[in-house]
Design a protein around this ligand. Structure first.
Ligand code: URA
Length: 256
C-alpha cells in the first residue's frame, strides 16, 4: 500500500514537472499534500524547483589517485552499493552499457522499472524511443555509444532522484565519463542537464545549446519520456541530435 501511494505521488510529481516544462503553473497543492510528498520523498525537488532547490554536485569525485582506469574496475569498485537509500528497493544496480571507447555518451536520470528488472539502462518505453533515435535517426548501433544515468538505482515510483542520492552516485558518472573520454555528451532531460551543467539550467529555454562538461562538449536535450508525453517535441530533439551528429562528423540525411 505504502509503495502504491509513493508511486501515485511519483506520478503526481512528474505531472507537475510536465506542467512546468510547458511553462504552465502547476496545479496548487495543499500544505498537507506537500508535506506528504516531502515525507514520501516523491518529487518534492520537482515541485519546489522554482525555489532553485535542485540537486547539483559540482565535484563529488573521490581522490583522482584512487580512480579505476577501466569501466570494469569502476563497476567492481562500486560493488553491492549501499551508499544511499535507493539500494533498499532495487533489483539491479544499472551501471550503464555500450562501448568503452564511445565517442558519444547519453546520460539519463535514473533507471525505471524495466531497467531495474533487467539491469540495463534505457530498455523500457522511453529506452525504446532512445534506441530508435540512435539506430534510425543517427544510423548508429546502440553498442557503439555509451548509455548511463546520473543515479544507478531506481528511485521508487520513478520519482526524481533527490540530492543525497545524486551526491552519493554522481562520482561514478564522473568517473565513467573520464574513463570513456567521449567526444560529445548528450544529456537527456532536466535532472541530467542540471547535474552536469548546473542547477540553474532551464531545459525548455536552453536545450539545444552547446554546453560543456569538463571540457567535453555537451548537448542537453529533452528526455525521451518527455517525448512520449509530448510527441510534438520530437522535432526539437531531432534538431539537437543533428547538432551532435554534425560534431561527430556523421552524415545527416536530407529531410531527416
Ligand atoms: N529513464 C532514464 O532516465 N534512464 C533509464 O535508464 C530509463 C529511463
Amino acid at each position: 500500500m505504502e509503495s502504491e501511494i509513493s508511486e501515485i505521488f511519483g506520478h503526481l510529481g512528474k505531472l507537475i514537472e510536465a506542467h512546468r516544462d510547458m511553462g504552465l503553473e502547476p496545479p496548487p497543492l495543499s500544505d498537507e499534500a506537500l508535506r506528504y510528498l516531502e515525507n514520501a520523498e516523491s518529487g518534492i525537488n520537482t515541485i519546489r524547483a522554482k525555489e532553485a532547490k535542485v540537486p547539483y554536485t559540482p565535484d563529488g569525485a573521490p581522490d583522482r589517485g584512487e580512480q579505476p582506469h577501466s569501466l570494469e574496475a569502476l563497476r567492481a569498485a562500486i560493488g553491492e552499493c549501499k551508499r544511499c537509500k535507493l539500494h533498499k528497493n532495487r533489483t539491479s544496480l544499472v551501471f550503464g552499457e555500450g562501448s568503452p571507447r564511445a565517442e558519444l555518451v547519453f546520460v539519463g536520470e535514473g533507471p525505471g522499472q524495466e531497467e531495474d528488472m533487467s539491469g540495463r539502462p534505457f530498455v523500457g518505453e522511453a529506452g525504446r524511443l532512445l534506441t530508435k533515435i540512435i539506430e534510425n535517426g543517427m544510423r548508429l548501433a546502440r553498442r557503439e555509444v555509451y548509455i548511463c544515468n546520473v543515479v544507478k538505482c531506481r528511485p521508487p515510483g520513478n520519482r526524481d532522484p533527490v540530492r543525497d542520492e545524486i551526491e552519493a552516485c554522481i562520482p561514478f558518472l564522473q568517473q565513467q565519463l573520464r574513463i570513456i573520454g567521449p567526444k560529445v555528451i548528450c544529456s537527456l532531460g532536466r535532472v541530467a542537464a542540471q547535474c552536469l551543467i548546473g542547477p540553474g539550467f532551464k531545459i525548455t529555454e536552453e536545450r539545444g545549446t552547446w554546453r560543456s562538461y569538463e571540457e567535453t562538449p555537451l548537448m542537453p536535450t529533452y528526455h525521451p519520456a518527455y517525448l512520449l508525453r509530448y510527441p510534438s517535441a520530437k522535432q526539437q530533439v531531432w534538431e539537437d541530435i543533428k547538432k551532435v551528429m554534425g560534431h561527430l562528423g556523421l552524415e545527416v540525411k536530407k529531410n531527416g
